[in-house]
Structures are given as C-alpha cells and as structure tokens.
Design a protein around this ligand. Structure first.
Ligand SMILES: Nc1ncnc2c1ncn2[C@@H]1O[C@H](COP(=O)(O)OP(=O)(O)OP(=O)(O)O)[C@@H](O)[C@H]1O
Length: 301
C-alpha cells in the first residue's frame, strides 16, 4: 500500500537533513504507529506523502502509483490529517466538505458525509462556521475532510493533540472501526499509550532515520526481560539501606517502598539478598513493560 525506498529530505534553505535513507513497506490493512521526538522528521515524511514537501532523493509508491509520476492517483489513494489546523474558517462545515469533495470531482455524497459527521459526533455542526468550532471539533473535522474521497490509506499527524480524554476515546473507536473495515492507517502521536492501544506495528524515527520497525508485541517481548519491581516494607526506609543493591538502581518511593530495575532472572537472587539482610518485605509489585518504557529506551540509546 505504501512503499518508501531510500527516501531522504534536505531542506534547501537550512541544509537540514530531516530524513535520511528511509525504507518502509506498509501493506494493506496495517495499523502502524509512527513515533519520534519533536523534530524527528515525522511531519516532513507525512508532508512528502501528501505532496506538500518535495523529497530530495528516493522513491515513494502509494497504492502502486509513483508519487511524482502519478500525482493525481496517489492523492486519491491517501487521506492526510495534518497537524496544523488551517482550513478556511469563513465557510460552514458543510461548505468545507463540499469544497473538498469538489477537488476530487465528487457529487451527491451527502449521505456518506453525514455518516462520517455522525461517527465523529459532528452532525449537529454541519451548518456551523469553521471558526465556531472548538479545537477538538476542528481536529475531528480534519479527519472527516481526509476521508471525503474514501482513500485507502489514512495518515494522521498527531490527531489527538489537545483533545480531551473522552473525545480521544471517540476518535480511537472510530479509527478502530475504520481499521476493522480494511483501512490502512499510519498514526503519529506523542501519546505512546495511544499507539500501544491501537497499533500493531511500531516505527520509531530519530534524527530523520528509522531506529525501530517491529510488530508492537515483539518490541514489548524483546524488552520484557528487564522489569521494574516495587518492594513494600513495613517500616520507613533510607536509600543507604540499599547500597548492597546499587547495581539495580534502587529508588525509595512513598517512604517504605523501594523500586529496583532488574533482569527477570535475577529476581530470586535479589529477594534472597534482601532476606539475608533480615529486611522484612510485605508485598511485591512487578511493573509490566509498557510501550512507553520501550520507546524511551530506544530513543535514549
Ligand atoms: N520548512 C522547513 N525548512 C527547514 N527545516 C525544516 C522545515 N520543516 C521542518 N524542518 C526541520 O526538519 C526537522 C524535522 O521536522 P518535522 O516537523 O518533520 O519533525 P516532527 O517529527 O514532525 O516533529 P514534531 O513532533 O515536533 O511535530 C526539524 O529539525 C525541523 O526544524
């Protein structure tokens, strides 16, 4: 569905190399997270796919069409939800969506547009002017706008930035239903728990290069060897009490708990060391590895 080969981008004015030799193959129906810190290159990549930024080198194929040679076809294939909210607020929601349909030569698609507005809780805003919408509504309208021409691949650049938690749930449900119906989705987000909840594949980009591209479950499994254990004691603790466990980076939490970073295989050994010091622990929690921990590990190394 999306094939990117040896793609690079250097901005002419600043000579900044925002993308370095990106190779990526996304097949139909995948739900992929594209993660990376501010300035990693995510928006540059998305802008290239949307035809708003010109690549420096490499090849991009969308739905089998070459991005440069078959511009019109690639535009039909792809729907992009941009990070910046920048449409004409002097038009009503209805007019904005009609105008968008017009770009693709679409008419008589009212029913489809209504169903999109309904799914994203915007149906009663059809006659409202763009400027009258709240930030969260504008973000949802951008999703509707990206879907007007029924693209096969939807790329979302931080669609939930600044959106409240309840509305985010609505968006998640909507994206999950699109995915269920076969839509290929690429989601960029800084909310890693969002990627963990929705996506099956995770791509991490750092300084313009891909540093990880794996199924989410594999990433989590690969890093699951290192665990965080919180041990609860029945008395107030001092960090110096744990000098003998220095290699496990002990940290005191809530006065009577200690948190250790250990390898799974060392757990018995560590507990035996604690017992040998005649320190009485009353409970133990093992923190499950989250995608956020793996992500931080990847971008820091
Ligand atoms: N038009 C431009 N001209 C020059 N440099 C640019 C331009 N657009 C982006 N950059 C630079 O390219 C790099 C990548 O930026 P980009 O917006 O792609 O990052 P991002 O991963 O989307 O970040 P964020 O998470 O903050 O949105 C940054 O160093 C940025 O300053």
């Amino acid at each position: 569905m999306l094939k990117i080969s040896n793609l690079s981008k250097t901005y002419v004015k600043t000579k900044h190399e925002a993308l370095k030799d990106i190779n990526l193959h996304i097949t139909k129906g995948e739900f992929t997270a594209l993660l990376g810190q501010n300035g990693a290159g995510k928006t540059s990549l998305i802008n290239i796919l949307g035809g708003n930024v010109k690549k420096t080198h490499g090849e991009v194929e969308i739905g089998g069409y070459d991005l440069e040679r078959n511009e019109l076809e690639t535009k039909k294939m792809i729907g992009i939800v941009p990070q910046e909210i920048s449409y004409d607020f002097a038009f009503t929601v209805d007019e904005i969506l009609k105008k968008q349909s017009g770009y693709f030569g679409l008419k008589n698609n009212n029913e489809y547009i209504d169903s999109l507005l309904e799914s994203l809780g915007l149906k009663d805003k059809k006659k409202a002017y763009g400027r009258e919408l709240s930030g969260g509504m504008k973000r949802r309208l951008l999703i509707v706008k990206a879907l007007v021409h029924k693209p096969q691949i939807l790329i979302l650049d931080e669609p939930t930035a600044g959106v409240d938690i309840e509305l985010r749930q609505t968006m998640y449900e909507f994206l999950q239903s699109l995915h269920k119906n076969g839509m290929t989705i690429v989601l960029t987000t800084h909310y890693i728990e969002e990627a963990e909840k929705l996506c099956k594949r995770v791509i991490v980009i750092k300084d313009g290069a891909i540093i990880a591209d794996e199924p989410k479950d594999k990433l989590l499994k690969d890093f699951s060897n290192e665990i965080e254990v919180e041990i609860l004691f029945d008395s107030k603790l001092n960090i110096t009490d744990f000098d003998f466990l220095r290699e496990y980076s002990p940290k005191i939490k809530e006065e009577s708990n200690v948190v250790l970073k250990i390898f799974k295989n060392d757990l018995t050994k560590v507990l035996e060391m604690i017992m040998a010091k005649e320190m009485n622990f009353i409970d133990l929690n093992i923190k499950k590895q989250k995608l956020e921990d793996v992500y931080l590990h990847l971008i820091r190394r």
